[in-house]
Ligand binder design. Structure first.
Ligand SMILES: C[S@@+](CC[C@H](N)C(=O)[O-])C[C@H]1O[C@@H](n2cnc3c(N)ncnc32)[C@H](O)[C@@H]1O
Length: 294
């Protein structure tokens, strides 16, 4: 196996615990850091105020379209990181709120956003974060693969959504972009670029080292799951999957011998998967109230 062993104890929120030095006389003070706290500076500098090109050109406009929300609607950006999508929503006149377990990323979020965006610290899978029926839409962008307990997260999203409203999840495509298990290859005979997938169905977590200090202490965890795990967890949570889109990269190769084949491969093999799940209005209740009104 080419995966490095995880050296830190983690819990459901990808946390590791830092203890005070032993020599300290005071009761040891425990500071709980998430893996994303230690990656926060790097991640904030990567994303900036407006987002990466993928976020700006593909992910955020695509999610907004799929959410089917309007101005003044209340929308939750789940695992919001440094708040790039919350800010995007807020610019469109939507009441955005962000939730994340990394206090360090939320510091960046608050410093980059206006007062109109509210940020909350918490575990995305904890149902107690918000009341039932709180939101007109919930989105989780590029974070579901960093979260261990997706069944609990989907159940929480289901509780926080208003009936008839949507939950949109975007991730790197789990069929074609599997950390350390999928690669581009070159077929000399056919002169084409292909995607090789070595493992797909087995769920596994993969530590990914985070720059700039890419040592074994600076990593985040990516949970690979096949598509069926996402769909069945959404359905079991009580949501109805009513939309699915596969988005390609907008990059182009620089002119060269293989650029045509590379560009063709990028257009054929999607980079992102977007799933939309809706909280259906309970049909039995609707039918009953119709009957009573006759
Ligand atoms: C790749 S970042 C994506 C951030 C943001 N959605 C974006 O598109 O830029 C993954 C985020 O998931 C958050 N995260 C991981 N596990 C979490 C959990 N259990 N609850 C809440 N947030 C979590 C991390 O703190 C991090 O901000």
């Amino acid at each position: 196996m080419d995966e490095k062993p995880v050296k830190y104890k983690t819990d459901g929120r990808n946390k590791k615990v830092k203890s005070a030095p032993r020599s300290s006389r005071k009761k040891p003070e425990k500071k709980v850091l998430t893996l994303w706290d230690q990656a926060s500076r790097w991640y904030d500098s990567l994303v900036g105020s407006q987002g990466t090109d993928f976020q700006k050109d593909i992910i955020m406009p695509g999610v907004l379209r799929m959410l089917e929300v309007g101005k003044k609607d209340r929308v939750l950006d789940l695992a919001c990181g440094q708040g790039v999508f919350s800010r995007y929503l807020s610019c469109k006149g939507i009441h955005a709120e962000g939730l994340d377990s990394s206090e360090e990323l939320l510091k960046f979020a608050r410093s980059r956003s206006g007062a109109s965006v509210r940020y909350h610290v918490g575990d995305a899978s904890d149902p107690k974060n918000f009341k039932e029926n709180s939101f007109d839409g919930i989105a989780c962008l590029m974070a579901i693969q960093n979260i261990e307990k997706i069944d609990l997260l989907f159940k929480s999203a289901c509780r926080w959504l208003k009936p008839g409203k949507c939950f949109v999840v975007v991730m790197t495509h789990p069929c074609f972009r599997i950390p350390r298990q999928s690669h581009w290859g070159w077929d000399e005979e056919k002169k084409l670029e292909y995607r090789r997938v070595d493992h797909y169905l087995t769920e596994r977590n993969v530590p990914i080292l985070t720059p700039p200090f890419a040592d074994s202490k600076s990593f985040t965890l990516t949970y690979h799951r096949p598509m069926q795990s996402y769909i069945s967890a959404l359905v079991q949570a009580g949501l109805c999957v009513d939309g699915m889109e596969e988005w390609i990269s907008n990059k182009n190769s620089l002119p060269g011998k293989r650029s045509k084949a590379e560009n063709r491969a990028r257009k054929e093999i999607p980079l992102f998967l977007a799933l939309r799940a809706r909280l259906m209005a309970p049909p039995a209740v609707e039918a009953m109230s119709k009957d009573l009104s006759v």
